[in-house]
Design a protein around this ligand. Sequence first.
Ligand code: PLP
Length: 372
Amino acid sequence: MQYTSFQPRPRTLLGPGPADVHPRILAAMARPTIGHLDPLFIALMDEIKDLLRYAFRTENRLTMPVSGPGSVGMETCFVNLVEPGDKVVVCINGVFGTRMKENVERIGATAVVVADPWGRAVDPNKLEDALRAHPDAKVVAFVHAETSTGARSDAKTLVEIAHRHDCITIVDAVTALGGCELQVDAWDIDAVYAGSQKCLSCTPGLAPISLNERALERIRSRQARVQSWFMDLNLVMGYWDGSQRRSYHHTAPINALYGLHEALLMLREEGIEQAWARHHRHHLALRAGLEALGLALIVPEGERLPQLNLVSIPEGIDDATVRARLLAEYDLELGAGLGDLAGKVWRIGLMGYSSRPENLMLCLGALGTVLR
Ligand code: PLP
């Protein structure tokens, strides 16, 4: 067997993530690797934290990227903020809410589920009812942008309800960050995690998180030690917190962080509100084009994510055949449905650098031809 360097064909990634990575970001990642305690790298870490505060719209001191994919961001929030025996209200309207429940149960805490249909936003009235029925709940967790269904929940209202019932909030913003409005401070979100590979157009593998004072106080007053050594924020902060003498915790993914820095710089150059507006504009154009092809979005208007569009597969059309042809003939990747939606929908993501007019045209043109 003769092995050679891997040279993937360039694809256009219009699925649920990863999105296309901007060439500027790939170029940044190819720069020389330096030490993870090098003063130059420490300065870069401080800039990344500042730029993340801009992206999250927060002044939270504890704002940083966790080394690991979005799932590690999720787990970091849960293992630090939930203790064995706690009661956590988990809103489930898709795959990622289900994973939150799994996190809660693996900690030895109790999950109270607020269930909504896949493809719909979390119903605030159901959350209110659950919190009335469980006054001992300590945490409310929900997904702002459900990638499995394309539904956006009203994070501001859900957080307000949770706080009225003395709960802190854990919000999944993996797909939300950079693609639709997310206001960590103005909405008073206590803990939020995101991913590098969606609307930030960076490579997968980093999970920005941000925790406010209320969340930090919860960590300080824990009875039980955080069961994960790697994700214990008390220890991670020894490396990421500039007010302390930085010490080795783990070897940071240095070049990946060059990429995240470049991605955040580009977001700042564009302007966060302009990025939200771009995603919205391209969503409207995609919707109009899909309607012209006779294809319908499944999420009701008003609950739709601009960056991720779920399209019903027309009667008699084979999901896998269409996606295979799009990949083979157009180098175009669309996402398949997950769980109950498998075989019934396509997930079309216009995220970050993928959210461009030429990709819209490619997607509509290719789908139109393959479905003819
Ligand atoms: N949460 C949501 C809403 C996601 O869309 C994803 C990934 O698609 C995750 C969590 C997990 O992120 P990762 O796959 O980077 O671990």
